[in-house]
Design a protein around this ligand. Structure first.
Ligand code: FE2
Length: 286
């Protein structure tokens, strides 16, 4: 994993003096690929079980918010989304979701509205932080794209962050940078250049762009100094740096992020330790 720190020169005009306040603690869970029917498996993994195992290992007493960055349901079914909400409910924590390529964005919006509690919100404000949730899903396609409406929404939210002196996490499902493997080249965010054009003038406000989709841990900065972070799945993981699709033997995982009032983030990935992997390592795709 490579890491890059934010160029401090971009932040010299901001009030980023450390307040000494404790950080806000956010958890990202991504790509659970749940099914609406109990016991169904994805390449040999019971994804509901792995999600529950990850949930049981979260440090619930310190979490301020959970973000779920897409591919929540492998079968895009209402029972899968309802079950996801039911599994999260005992934690008593606020959470917000966005859709991935396996999801049904309209159905998710209906279910979020019916449940209330901000599940489908586009923006979450936590202290001096603005979490911006984007929809990159394209019906019946694996790749992602940000519509003109999404790009306009992103710009408006970044302008709000500028006005309100906030730092941002920009959350989406699809990878805006090429994946680490050849087979991933066609499945990322198609209009990544348009996305980066919107981000660029606000780069001093953006602590990180947070995504999933390629089921692996990535943490690096682009040439503008914007940090891009990908998180492994709560289910199966994809092996990096290979030509064709291949599963990795890493266990289900979540990411924690500590958001400081001066715009810094600390982050890391926690994998389960003793989860019995029953995956089909010879699978040619998912
Ligand atoms: Fe996925």
């Amino acid at each position: 994993m490579t890491q890059a720190l934010y160029p401090q020169t971009d932040r010299q005009n901001l009030d980023n003096s450390p307040s000494g306040a404790p950080p806000h603690y956010v958890v990202q869970m991504t790509d659970p690929h749940l099914f609406g029917t109990p016991g169904r498996t994805l390449l040999g993994m019971d994804t509901v079980n792995s999600f529950q195992q990850v949930l049981s290992h979260l440090p619930a007493d310190k979490i301020d918010h959970i973000v779920l960055t897409g591919d929540l349901a492998q079968d895009a079914s209402a029972p899968a989304y309802e079950n996801l909400i039911a599994m999260l409910a005992p934690l008593g924590l606020p959470f917000t979701w966005l859709p991935g390529n396996h999801d049904n964005a309209n159905l998710m919006a209906e279910i979020a509205k019916a449940h209330g509690g901000g599940i489908g919100d586009r923006v979450v404000v936590i202290g001096r932080w603005r979490l911006i949730m984007l929809d990159t899903s394209v019906p019946a396609e694996v790749h992602g794209e940000l519509s003109d409406r999404e790009l306009a929404c992103l710009k408006a939210e970044l302008e709000q962050a500028e006005k309100q002196d906030q730092f941002c996490l920009v959350c989406l499902h699809h990878n805006p940078l090429p994946g680490t493997s050849e087979w991933m080249l066609e499945i990322g965010l198609k209009n990544a250049a348009a996305f980066q054009q919107v981000l660029q003038p606000f780069r001093h406000r953006i602590a990180a762009v947070l995504f999933g989709h390629i089921h692996q841990n990535i943490d690096r900065a682009d040439e503008d100094g914007i940090r891009y972070i990908c998180t492994p799945s709560t289910s199966i993981q994809f092996k990096p740096h290979v030509t064709d699709f291949e599963l990795d033997i890493l266990q289900p995982a979540y990411r924690w992020l500590e958001l400081y009032d001066d715009g810094r983030i600390e982050t890391g990935v926690c994998h389960l330790q003793n989860f019995e992997l029953t995956i089909d390592m010879s699978a040619p795709g998912y």
